[in-house]
Design a protein around this ligand. Structure first.
Ligand code: NSP
Length: 213
């Protein structure tokens, strides 16, 4: 089987659980409490700072010049475009303390895992760890774009359902299929990242509601 599809298969229950998570469903039908969304935006903003670092490490460690350029460009795109979207969400939803927010355990666990893998693992493990961040969000965005019954979180859906993210998801799959690496180490990194993605939704759902939602 094509490697990217085998990895997707190995993590299928986690991806399904993310896709059907009440947070994700609430974005689609507009019922997600705005305090829960604000909690997510604050934590995701911090996540994106370290995600930008991860992509820069990807550029530093890439064995091919074309991958190096792509990772370098992606790092800048996250720090500018994707974080700009979060800044505009923050303004729209009344979040004023984006950079003063403390890192929650689920965010720290995910970014620590990604940065540790990127620093100490093989480049193929870095590629496997980063893929669910790209491909997973594109899949959720596309699925919500087709099924959303509310426009409340439309900008969020449009960003991740957009052409740019779809193309990024394609690239992350190509990278998985082309990189030299140990299949079991790659699977472990891909599944671990997928588990952290699910834990992130859950943390926002639980944390945002216990903050008074
Ligand atoms: C936790 C998480 N994972 C992935 C993405 C998509 N860049 C994100 N914004 N946040």
């Amino acid at each position: 089987m094509i490697r990217s599809l085998a990895l997707r298969d190995a993590a299928a229950p986690l991806w399904e659980a993310s896709l059907t998570h009440p947070f994700v469903r609430g974005i689609g039908d507009g019922t997600l409490d705005e305090r829960v969304f604000q909690w997510y935006i604050r934590q995701d903003y911090l996540f994106l700072i370290d995600y930008g670092r991860l992509l820069s490490l990807g550029a530093a460690r890439a064995p091919r010049l074309s991958w190096m350029r792509r990772f370098a460009g992606l790092s800048l795109a996250v720090l500018e475009t994707e974080m700009d979207l979060h800044r505009s969400f923050a303004a729209k939803w009344g979040v004023t303390d984006l950079e003063a927010t403390a890192l929650e355990p689920a965010t720290a666990a995910y970014t620590d895992f990604l940065l540790r893998t990127a620093s100490l693992g093989d480049f193929s493990e870095l590629a496997a760890a980063v893929a669910p961040c790209m491909w997973g969000y594109a899949e959720i965005g596309t699925s919500l774009a087709a099924s959303a019954t509310s426009d409340r979180y439309r900008e969020w859906i449009d960003m991740y359902a957009g052409e740019e993210f779809g193309e990024l998801a394609d690239w992350s799959r190509e990278l998985l299929d082309e990189v030299d690496g140990d299949p079991s180490q790659m699977e472990a990194a891909f599944v671990a990242s997928s588990r952290h993605e699910l834990a992130f939704w859950e943390a926002a759902w639980v944390g945002g509601r216990s903050d008074g939602a």
